[in-house]
Design a protein around this ligand. Structure first.
Ligand code: SF4
Ligand code: SF4
Length: 97
């Protein structure tokens, strides 16, 4: 479990604290997608809508990219997640421009 997942699954995590963690990770630009495991219900919608078919669910049912390089940061997985549990830093940066 990485740092983001630990921070956002802590029992005291509030929406504000989760947003702060996501914003920090977006600034650091560490990964193509950020999963908020504490909010993810393992439904698979994000994987189903990925047009490039590179988003899969791992053995625990959480989304993971099979190929980081291929992700176009289209943002569809973030837009379609019913639980606000996935963020796409590249997509958010494009929206701000
Ligand atoms: S759509 Fe959202 S809740 Fe469903 S598996 Fe993907 S990240 Fe988790
Ligand atoms: S941002 Fe687009 S290409 Fe990247 S994982 Fe999400 S749906 Fe797939």
């Amino acid at each position: 479990m990485d740092e983001t997942h630990e921070e956002v699954t802590h029992s005291s995590s509030t929406p504000e604290s989760v947003i702060q963690v996501i914003e920090k990770r977006i600034k650091e630009n560490q990964e193509k997608i950020i999963t908020v495991k504490g909010w993810c219900k393992n439904c698979g919608v994000c994987a189903a809508v990925c047009p490039l078919k590179i988003l899969k669910l791992d053995e625990e049912g959480f989304p993971e990219l099979s190929d980081q390089e291929k992700c176009s940061s289209c943002g569809l997985c973030e837009l379609m997640c019913p639980d606000f549990a996935i963020a796409v830093p590249g997509f958010r940066k494009k929206k701000k421009k």
